[in-house]
Write a protein that binds this ligand. Structure first.
Ligand SMILES: Nc1ncnc2c1ncn2[C@@H]1O[C@H](COP(=O)(O)OP(=O)(O)O)[C@@H](O)[C@H]1O
Ligand SMILES: [Mg+2]
Length: 242
């Protein structure tokens, strides 16, 4: 048996934006069952990396592969394999949670009945009383739950999360991380970009530290354990100061 096909792979990826190099040859891969935390400060290139996996940006050189296939060669296949949580989830404020899910699933061409929608909302622990209320009355944490329920219902093997916990309170962050961990344990490949050292260490199997478009450090969790927050924090601050 050969090694399993990685769900996501960046291979010497270089990306230019407005003529400026914002990713300078980064390489990493994410397998099913794994949470990879791409950690970096503002402007490090985190969102750019996600945009490239989604085919919104093209590599100047190098490649991005989704399930072993070049994104540029088969854009539709890549996008249908991925659920993406953008920084600000774009859901409809005047619709309730169920209506949002129904609408966006239909848009994605995913058949899904009322029962599976309730099951997904159970899974993300969105309070039953809230499900019929319009999103304009929701907290950020509640909106994130709806967005992740949508990702669950699309049932893709790959999740891209862009700063998913920014603006959440500590309880909501813990809940969100538990959910992400559970999805990975069920076999999904998860690429989470964040500037939160503690959160990345709480949930990631591996962390890549991105600075100025370069992967400057990588960390892996020991078997059965978590990545040590202190050492990542030290590397993050040292690199920031450098
Ligand atoms: N639409 C854009 N056009 C040109 N440059 C951009 C655009 N978006 C981001 N950039 C630049 O690309 C670099 C990386 O940005 P980004 O990937 O958004 O970083 P991060 O998500 O880590 O904060 C930054 O220097 C940023 O200014
Ligand atoms: Mg960003």
């Amino acid at each position: 048996m050969g090694s399993p096909v990685m769900k996501l792979q960046a291979d010497q990826l270089r990306v230019l934006r407005s003529g400026k190099e914002v990713l300078s040859g980064i390489s990493f891969a994410v397998a099913g069952g794994e949470v990879y935390g791409l950690l970096g400060g503002n402007g490090a290139g985190k969102s750019t990396t996600l945009a490239t996996f989604l085919g919104f940006l093209q590599p100047a050189s190098g490649r991005v592969l989704v399930q072993g296939r070049d994104v540029g060669a088969d854009l539709a296949a890549a996008r249908s394999a991925i659920a993406y949580l953008p920084e600000a989830a774009s859901l409809y404020e005047h619709l309730d949670a169920r209506e949002n899910l129904h609408y966006f699933l239909q848009l994605a061409g995913v058949a899904s009945g009322a029962a599976s929608i309730e099951a997904a909302l159970d899974r993300v622990s969105l309070h039953a009383d809230a499900r019929g209320r319009r999103l304009r009355d929701y907290s950020k944490g509640m909106r994130q739950k709806v967005a992740i329920a949508l990702a669950i219902l699309r049932d893709t093997g790959i999740l891209l999360l862009d700063e998913p916990t920014s603006g959440l309170d500590p309880t909501a962050i813990d809940e969100f991380h538990d959910l992400v961990r559970g999805l990975a344990d069920a076999g999904k490949a998860i690429l989470m970009v964040t500037h939160d050292v503690y959160g990345a260490c709480q949930v990631a199997d591996r962390i890549g530290l991105l600075r100025g478009g370069q992967l400057v450090d990588q960390f892996a969790a020991p078997a059965g354990g978590r990545i040590d927050t202190e050492s990542v924090h030290r590397a993050f601050s040292a690199r920031q100061a450098a």
